[in-house]
Structures are given as structure tokens and as C-alpha cells.
Design a protein around this ligand. Structure first.
Ligand code: HEC
Length: 188
């Protein structure tokens, strides 16, 4: 029984190893990317219904919860990261992610549309193959309310943000810049 099980597991693993980058990318995008428009529309609705300060929980709780649900559904490591974090504890990128975020900024400066920026690669972590995927999160109009220049923010909001995030670096953005990225690590 044990042998049958291990043979079955081996056979199940083979197609994954044989998968090419294109297939892995397509599967990962299909599973993970629907989270992005969900967060953006939740944010637009919350700002309209509750005002800017009342919408803070969408970026603070709703987005992490939707990502957590995807993590549980897929078994993959999924996070939000940024070069200029508001919550450094949650969103500090590792060295591979830093490189891709820097590259996204260069690609955007060279004329690529921010909403199309993504990167896929198979890397080795501790000798094991891991598929990595990153998708840029551009700054839309609604994002500016909390990630735009501090002097343009609603009265009281800078103090409110500073109280929770004394080391906030996630302000001063312009529309179309890259706020951060959604990042996926999927063991093969
Ligand atoms: C109502 C205020 C508000 C708006 C509007 C807002 N955010 Fe945020 N954002 C926050 C807060 C607060 C955090 C910190 C969340 C946490 O504690 O993990 C955050 C964190 C993030 C992070 C995680 C990385 C980091 O810096 O900690 C990303 C990515 C992000 N926001 C993107 C966006 C995008 C894209 C939009 C527009 C669709 C947006 N935000 C709109 C308040 C906001």
C-alpha cells in the first residue's frame, strides 16, 4: 500500500516538473489574479460609502484576508510586497522580489504599461525548484487618497495613518506608478 502510494505521488509530481513556464504562469494567473479587481472595487465601494478613513480596513484587512483565502485554496505562498512599504512587517520583499520591483520601475519608465508588468521564473530555493510569479499593482485614482502626496490627503488622515504606521513610506505616489506587487511562490 505504501509503495503504491509513493508511486502514485511520484506520478502525480511528474507532470508538474514537466510543465513549462508558460503553463505555470497561465495557471497561476488564473487562480490568483481575480483577487486584484476584487480589492480595487471593494476599495472604491468603501471610500464611497464610508469615506477615506473608513476605507482603511480594505487595504489593512480585506486584502490580506482575500490573499489568505487564496493561499489556503492553492497551498501556494501569496503576499503583497513593496519597495516603499506602509506595513514593513507584512510587505518587505525578499531579494528576488526587490530585483523584480526595481525592474518593473525601469520597464514602466521605458514605456511599458504598469498594469501589464509581470515576471515568471523557476528558481531554486534550498536546492528545490520553485515557480515564482509577480504582478505589478499600479496606483489607480482611488489609491491616491491614501498613497498619494500627504499634503493632498483628507484632513486628519495623515495623523491617522502615522498613528498606525510610524514608518510609513507608502505616500507620495502618482497615478500609474507602481505601488507594489502581488507575489506567488509555488513549490514544484
Ligand atoms: C483608505 C486608505 C487606502 C487606500 C484608498 C488604499 N490603500 Fe493601500 N494601504 C492602506 C493601508 C492602511 C495599508 C497597510 C496595510 C497593512 O497594515 O498591511 C496599505 C497597504 C497597501 C499595500 C501593501 C504593501 C505595503 O505598503 O504595506 C499595497 C500593495 C497597497 N496598499 C496597494 C494599494 C492600491 C493598489 C490601492 C488602490 C487600489 C490602495 N492600496 C488604496 C491604505 C489604503
Amino acid at each position: 500500500m505504501k509503495r503504491i502510494l509513493s508511486v502514485t505521488l511520484l506520478l502525480a509530481a511528474l507532470p508538474a516538473l514537466a510543465q513549462d513556464l508558460g503553463t505555470l504562469t497561465a495557471e497561476t494567473k488564473k487562480a490568483v489574479l481575480p483577487v486584484i479587481p476584487k480589492v480595487v472595487s471593494a476599495m472604491q465601494e468603501a471610500v464611497a460609502a464610508q469615506g477615506v478613513a473608513g476605507a482603511i480596513p480594505v487595504c489593512k484587512e480585506t486584502a490580506p484576508q482575500l490573499i489568505k483565502a487564496k493561499r489556503q485554496e492553492t497551498g501556494w505562498d501569496i503576499r503583497r510586497v513593496s519597495l516603499k512599504t506602509r506595513n514593513a512587517e507584512r510587505a518587505t520583499p525578499d531579494s528576488w522580489e526587490v530585483r523584480q520591483l526595481a525592474d518593473f520601475n525601469i520597464r514602466a519608465a521605458n514605456g511599458e504599461k504598469p498594469e501589464t508588468l509581470e515576471k515568471s521564473e523557476i528558481v531554486h530555493i534550498d536546492g528545490k525548484p520553485v515557480f515564482r510569479y509577480m504582478k505589478a499593482l499600479p496606483v489607480a485614482d482611488v489609491c491616491l487618497k491614501c498613497h498619494g502626496p500627504v499634503d493632498g490627503m483628507e484632513a486628519g488622515l495623515p495623523a491617522k495613518l502615522a498613528a498606525s504606521y510610524p514608518h510609513d513610506q507608502a505616500t507620495g505616489h502618482a497615478k500609474g506608478q507602481i505601488r507594489g506587487a502581488l507575489t506567488v511562490k509555488r513549490p514544484l
